[in-house]
Write a protein that binds this ligand. Structure first.
Ligand code: DX5
Ligand code: ZN
Length: 215
């Protein structure tokens, strides 16, 4: 299976979201990555339900929603109603991860677990069975345009090993600082989906960059 690309709208031009989404619709992007930040779990605030619903009205690709919020359980149904296809919660933000994943799946979405850069892959040992995807952060969450943390490559490889050992089909998504200089290594380590914000939206030709990252 070829690598999937999930452009992060955080780096898009918010005054021209319609054009940005039309561009993604026409491009080789597979998913649209939406970063939800609450100013508590991460030191930044992004956007919420009205924006996600509006995007969903014109997007023709699945919405891949990355929650960087405390108490994500409170909003699972609302994100489903807003149009999320994949909903990912941080392991560091969930008191009862098993229950959160179950609720996401029950609501009819794919469930993802997100690991911060300092969180060890082994912490997934007793929950990975309940997830469709694991999202490995390759920067500290909160902002676009940060530098890729090299140790992520070891984490991806260890996660891939865990997935194979357990005979699972869990997808590996990697998010933060991905660009043309590191995409190959991230894919070689085992990533199935690359999230990229700055690299795509700050490129002269964003849809060409999506193609490039994919190949
Ligand atoms: C960071 C977000 C990322 C971010 C990626 O907290 O989770 O999705 O938008 O942006 P780049 O690719 O610019 O690091
Ligand atoms: Zn993200």
């Amino acid at each position: 299976m070829s690598t999937r690309i999930a452009p992060s709208l955080l780096s898009a031009d918010f005054l021209n979201l319609t054009d940005e989404i039309e561009m993604l619709n026409q491009s080789e992007a597979d998913w649209i990555h939406l970063d939800i930040m609450d100013g508590v779990f991460v030191p930044n605030i992004s956007f919420g339900f009205p924006v996600v619903s509006a995007i969903n009205r014109i997007a023709t690709k699945p919405l891949d929603v990355h929650l960087m919020i405390i108490n994500p359980d409170r909003y699972i149904q609302e994100f489903k109603d807003a149009g999320a296809a994949i909903l990912s919660v941080h392991i560091e933000a969930c008191q009862h991860l098993h229950r959160s994943l179950e609720s996401i799946r029950k609501a009819g979405m794919k469930a993802g677990i997100v690991l911060n850069p300092h969180t060890v892959v082994d912490s997934l040992n007793d929950s990975i069975n309940e997830a469709d995807m694991v999202l490995i952060m390759s920067v500290n969450p909160g902002f676009g345009g940060q530098k890729f943390i090299e140790n992520t490559l070891n984490k991806i490889a260890r996660l891939k090993e865990m997935i194979l050992k357990k005979n699972l089909s869990t997808l590996i998504e990697v998010d933060g600082g991905i660009d043309i200089s590191n995409a190959k290594r991230v894919i070689a380590a085992g990533a199935d989906i690359l999230v990229a914000g700055n690299a795509i939206f700050k490129a002269d030709n964003p849809s060409e960059m999506i193609k490039l990252l994919k190949s």
